[in-house]
Design a protein around this ligand. Structure first.
Ligand code: MN
Length: 290
């Protein structure tokens, strides 16, 4: 089942080009959509028979299907060809996981905003995994039991030497959507294809089978460090083909069995890095000890 949030955080089931509005049929709180989601995800089949008013998908404003996940966990260097293109000797097993700010999440109707006009900022198309049940230090063979759903995700990244979490947590830096696909529709998350296009040109084209750390192991590995909670989101890492995005671009991530997330890059950007009030060279003097 495809579950979408739309307009003023209403809940819908996607059926082709149609969206069935389930908001009034269920005890769904448009004031607290993130808190209402775990109950829905715990038993998605209960939604199968629920009816509601139908809307054309094209007529609604799709929101991020997780408005504010408790945490967003990222997987660094999880595909061999991405490791190669970044000229790294290390993999996810050397780095562990990193955290992205939940406030970086946006949906298909929002825009990515580049924080600096002149810093190279890349698209990283990724499979997003949504946790449905609490989990701490679980084994890989039990991991898919705690996965509730999947979605398309962009791990937008300023390239550079700052901390990963700083470069990847900027406002608008985690587009997700266009909806959640419940886990029953994706029996093997290691058998998906992922493509990322910029302005129609294919930049990334890969198979989730190529991950160093597959989804089952990734959920278990993450749960060893961070207790997982319902609604948590794991970005499973990007394949090769990452590259810069620029103002006005249209970025798409298409994953088999899920759909296509399309977002635009705003024509407005932040300042040039050299002009930034917190540029390190401008601040170094004030931090120097006498
Ligand atoms: Mn990434």
């Amino acid at each position: 089942m495809k579950i979408a949030l739309f307009d003023d955080w209403r809940l819908g089931r996607v059926e082709g080009d149609t969206l069935v509005d389930l908001t009034d049929a269920l005890e769904w709180s448009t004031d607290h959509p993130q808190q209402s989601l775990p109950r829905v995800l715990a038993d998605p089949r209960a939604l199968d028979a629920v009816e509601g008013p139908e809307r054309a998908l094209a007529d609604v404003r799709l929101r991020p299907p997780l408005p504010r996940p408790p945490k967003v966990v990222g997987a660094p260097v999880n595909y061999p060809l991405h490791q190669e293109e970044m000229a790294l000797a290390t993999t996810i097993w050397d780095h562990g996981m990193f955290l992205k700010s939940p406030s970086s999440v946006i949906g298909p109707s929002d825009e990515i905003v580049l924080p600096f006009a002149d810093r190279s900022t890349h698209h990283e198309g990724e499979l997003g995994v949504i946790i449905g049940r609490p989990a701490y230090r679980i084994q890989p063979e039990d991991a898919l039991d705690v996965v509730a759903a999947y979605t398309c995700l962009l791990d937008i990244t300023v390239r550079g030497d700052e901390e990963r979490s700083w470069r990847k947590s900027m406002r608008t830096f985690t587009p997700i959507g266009p909806w959640l696909v419940t886990a029953d529709e994706i029996p093997d998350p290691g058998a998906l294809t992922l493509r990322c296009r910029v302005n129609g040109e294919t930049r990334q084209d890969a198979a989730t089978a190529d991950m160093f750390c597959d989804v089952e192991t990734l959920v278990a590995y993450t749960s060893w460090a961070y207790p997982l909670e319902p609604g948590d989101l794991i970005a499973t890492g990007t394949p090769d083909g990452v590259g810069p995005i620029t103002p006005g671009d249209r970025v798409e991530v298409e994953i088999s069995g899920i759909g296509t997330l399309a977002v635009s890059v705003s024509r407005q950007t932040g300042p040039a890095f050299a002009d930034w009030e917190y540029h390190p060279a401008r601040r170094a003097a004030s931090c120097a000890r006498s």
